[in-house]
Each structure stands twice: as C-alpha cells, then as structure tokens.
Design a protein around this ligand. Sequence first.
Ligand SMILES: Nc1ncnc2c1ncn2[C@@H]1O[C@H](COP(=O)(O)OP(=O)(O)O)[C@@H](O)[C@H]1O
Ligand SMILES: [Mg+2]
Length: 220
Amino acid sequence: MRYGISQEILLDISFTLEKGSFTFITGSSGAGKSTLLKLLYLAHLPSRGKIRLFGKDVTKINRSELPGIRQRIGVVFQNFRLIPSLTTLDNVALPLRIAGASEVQVKEHVPELLDWVGLGKHLHDYPETLSGGQKQRVAIARAVIARPSLLLADEPTGNVDDQIALKFMFLLKELNKIGTTIIVATHDETLISRFDLPRLHLESGHLNFPEGSVTNGAIR
Ligand SMILES: Nc1ncnc2c1ncn2[C@@H]1O[C@H](COP(=O)(O)OP(=O)(O)O)[C@@H](O)[C@H]1O
Ligand SMILES: [Mg+2]
C-alpha cells in the first residue's frame, strides 16, 4: 500500500485467515494496523498485490460488486463514528435500511440486538448522552446488525476503561461462536495478553509471525 507518493507500507505481506477465526493484529503505533484493516474493508485498494475476500480477488472485481462485499463486513472504529443526529436505534438500523430492510424488520431486529448488548433502555437516546462504553456497544450493534461474515475492529478499546474493554472482547467471543470471523487491531498489550488468540504482528509495515500462531503464513 502506498499513500500518495510516500513509501510503500505493508510490503511482502502474505497471510490467510480461516472463516470463523478470531485474530489480533498487533504492532506499535504507525506499524500499519489501520492501513491493513482499511484494505480489508475496501476503504482503499492496494497499490499492488492481491486481496481475496470471501473467495474473490477484490482488486480485480467490478466496482459494482463492491457494495455487496462491503455489506458482508462490519467495522468498529476507535472513535465509534456514530451519527450524532440519529438515536441509538436509528444508528444501528442504518446498515439494515441501506440494505433495503423493511421498517417491520428494523423494528423486529434492532431492539432485540440492543437488548442483547444491554442498551434496551437507550433506544431513543442520542450519542452525546451516552457513556464511552455505551457508545462502543452502539458501534458494535451497528457493525453486526446486518450479520456480517467478517467483523473488523480498529483499536476498539482505546477509548474505554479496562472493564468495558473486557466486556467488549467477551461480546466478540460470543459473535465468533456463532460463526463471525473477527479481526481486532490493537496495540493494547494488556488486552492481548488476556486472550489466547493468534496474532498477526506488524512492525514498520512488515509482518512477523510470532512462534506457534502461524504455519506457512496461514493462521490456525
Ligand atoms: N492517510 C494517510 N496518508 C499518508 N500516510 C498515512 C495515512 N494513513 C497512514 N499513513 C502512514 O502509514 C503508516 C501506517 O499507519 P497506520 O496504518 O495508521 O498504522 P497503525 O494503525 O498501526 O498506527 C504510518 O507511517 C502512517 O503515517
Ligand atoms: Mg491505527
């Protein structure tokens, strides 16, 4: 990946993540974690190389196919990126409405999911009235409401306290159990050490496979 005329980052990186896996992308600030996620959720195309998602090389597909692929990917950003003028319910309903769901479906699924993440009493609250942990849960609910196959989270615990970070991880574990492939980018060593998950470790844009977590570039 090259931003403008800058040096290429993420050079000679090759790896495979299995469907249903749960992986950390680790590395210090500037290592390229966010860039790797942006490539995976198709915010950028790589300047060269190949990315296969759901069995398709996304660097070669027709532009018209991109929205369909994006709809299979949920993203949780560090600052959550909730829409301030929308209530909890409407923020979470957004991906469903974009996908063309009916209001009947929205009313059926959104409150149920918000109940599950413990926000059943906040359906009509606006983001500015919610705590950091509550905003994070709205962001997760929005990321998973359309049942993505792949869930990406970029430093999701950077803006919440330890306890909430742990709850967030347990929520992700639940989602992983029902088949969602999960990738969490973080430089939070405490969080990483608490979970026995495979790591893709980036250093200055290069990939290192910590011993034991990887075979032939494929994470098991
Ligand atoms: N939009 C951008 N334009 C130019 N350079 C960028 C941009 N985003 C990231 N970079 C550079 O790419 C490198 C990797 O950044 P990033 O992917 O944000 O790393 P991380 O998420 O691990 O902190 C850094 O050198 C950063 O300065
Ligand atoms: Mg980052």
